[in-house]
Design a protein around this ligand. Sequence first.
Ligand code: NAP
Length: 472
Amino acid sequence: MKKQLFIDGGWVAADGYRPLFSPYSGEQIAEIAVAGAAEVDRAIQAADQARPVMARLPAHERATILERLSALIREKSDEAARLIALEAAKPLKTARLEVERTVMTYKFSAEEARRIHGETIPMDAAPGGEDRVAYTLRQPLGVVAAITPFNFPMNLVAHKVGPAIAAGNTVVLKPAGQTPLSALFLAELLKQAGLPDGALNVVTGSGSVIGDRLVTDDRVKAVTFTGSPEIGAAIRNKAGLKKVTLELGSNSALIIDQGVDVDSMASRAVTGAFSYSGQVCISIQRIYVHERLYDEFVMKFAAHAETLKIGDPLSAETDVSALISSGDADRTMQWIGEAVKRGASVAAGNRREGNIVYPTVLLNVDPLCSVSCREAFAPVVMINRVGSMEEGVREVNRSRYGLQAGIYTENIRTALAAAEALEVGGVMINDIPTFRVDHMPYGGVKESGVGREGVKYAVEHMTEMKLVCFKK
Ligand code: NAP
């Protein structure tokens, strides 16, 4: 399977191609075009030329295209889930959930396209403002560059492409090197759905070559990036006055108060820690448990973790499969080793086969260890004891990241206090930090990012407000 670039509504050959391998089996699954500077330029030019076409497209037509796209993905959901499983080693079960969410994200985008509006301004509220009628418009920005990570190759692309089209923009999309197939699949479906040529262009190849050109080209008006904090920070430094949204990493935490029913939440916490091998930006990496419940929670959590089925992502039963690369598996095992050396004990896992790292549970981890203070992005969770919820909140806030946090408590005062004190973009009360539905505002503070996604919020970011003022 040889995959070309998608530019100006058609497939375009590149000078070079590189093999794409399955992270699980190591087999070659495709050959992917490597875009050079000339192809990136062509993609930006196509997006720039399609700007007026998209800006003129009425809201109902943009909505209809997105509705059709959503329906097409639903029709092809088996194929879509298999693609994700193949290129990302995401177990089919989890890949199917991603496809369902992608269908919803485009549905929300279709709905949002119909309600992009401004407001009227009471100009006479200020002396000198009398005898005026004023209102605001929200207008498309033009060309949006979307740069996406490997871990949700369909839905995180949807979180950028959906709102961009809803708002009447055009897009140049650079998907992650390991997961281009889902993005190219989308390009085909959007064409079938009736998107004008040039409104979506997909360029595959080197992240730094394509990324640098997209981020520094004057025709690109906004950059929306999801990925690691290091690359996010570099993009912001290069982007000049462009609008920039950054959805970055985290070491998300869960706090468990005394008095909660451990049986009902231990298995949910296991899902939050080990879904897609922990390669989820809001995966549970740190758990702080009240000392009264600590032993019971650890026992039940580790027992659930041991029941997860390990294996081939394409098998319907698998819960946990390979990490995205052997380098990530090496790093994870090193981090586990470091924690053990510094006094942590192992309640489950600490084993590797090929690129699969078994779900690993570490207890009493020194907060300065990498598994605590850096982003693991791997199936490793630490569980530490705290004497109070305040101590739990302090531990959560010691992080340089702040995406989402969860707290289980039966005490409304504790819940309200934690909701205020936690330094994160979203607080889940009586749920895991890994909870997300696609229309809620989503994004981080500190090194977890800048700006919010969730379709409506991304549309705000991808439009410019204009004031129109009539003197009567
Ligand atoms: P990554 O290595 O930062 O890559 C993300 C994207 O950036 C890829 O498309 C990559 O291309 C591209 N890229 C590489 N170098 C670049 C450069 N110099 N300029 C511009 N773009 C460049 O991240 P990842 O490993 O794919 O994903 C994991 C990270 O994403 C984790 O940190 C995770 O927490 C974060 N994440 C955050 C959220 C959120 O919503 N907050 C959601 C999911 C994931 P190549 O792949 O070709 O190098």
